[in-house]
Write a protein that binds this ligand. Sequence first.
Ligand SMILES: Nc1ncnc2c1ncn2[C@@H]1O[C@H](COP(=O)(O)OP(=O)(O)O)[C@@H](O)[C@H]1O
Ligand SMILES: O=C(O)C1=C[C@@H](OP(=O)(O)O)[C@@H](O)[C@H](O)C1
Ligand SMILES: [Mg+2]
Length: 190
Amino acid sequence: MARLGSSVSFRYNPAMTDKHTNIILVGLMGAGKTTVGKLLARHLDKCFYDSDHELVRRNGVTIPVIFEVEGEAGFRRREEAVIDELSSLDNVVLATGGGAVLSAQTRALLKSRGTVVYLRGAVEELWQRTRHDRNRPLLQTADPKARLRELYTERDPLYREVADVVIDTSRQNVNALVRQLEQKLAGLPD
Ligand SMILES: Nc1ncnc2c1ncn2[C@@H]1O[C@H](COP(=O)(O)OP(=O)(O)O)[C@@H](O)[C@H]1O
Ligand SMILES: O=C(O)C1=C[C@@H](OP(=O)(O)O)[C@@H](O)[C@H](O)C1
Ligand SMILES: [Mg+2]
């Protein structure tokens, strides 16, 4: 495969963005951002977007292929751009990829453009949830649990930095999490 194309497709007016209508999910791989986000959007009658799905759709290749062709740095550039676009929409639930918060620019955007929810999970559970999936290049190592532990240490402070709400996903099913989230979000000040 040669080069991946560029991919700008939304028109938006940044001045129109209302932080209070968007819910943005952050957290490590396996936290449930994609799964919980989809269901939460249905409950709240908002549109659902996932930055990874959008990258796959626009580039016509999988996440592992983007990593293979452009390296992690190339993937991060595309991720930053797509999150900038998607977070500029109104009335959306946006599931980000686990590494989105590595970008200081993205952290600032997320904080200003939505209510940010950190789905936290214990490393053991994150590992259980992701161990059979080959679609996460960063976990294709001899010891993915150790990798998740390192990523947790590195990123937990960044997730907390951007979060308005922190939810512990351990031993909770997705429906229970969505209910809990709806209650927390309803209790937040305008
Ligand atoms: N609270 C949960 N309890 C059990 N399994 C979960 C939970 N949240 C997500 N999962 C499962 O874990 C896997 C990874 O979830 P996913 O939504 O892709 O996480 P993320 O987008 O945060 O990486 C999926 O198979 C999903 O069904
Ligand atoms: O944590 C990360 O750096 C990544 C998380 C993945 O998304 P999920 O968190 O949805 O698995 C995906 O963006 C990519 O494989 C990199
Ligand atoms: Mg996901």
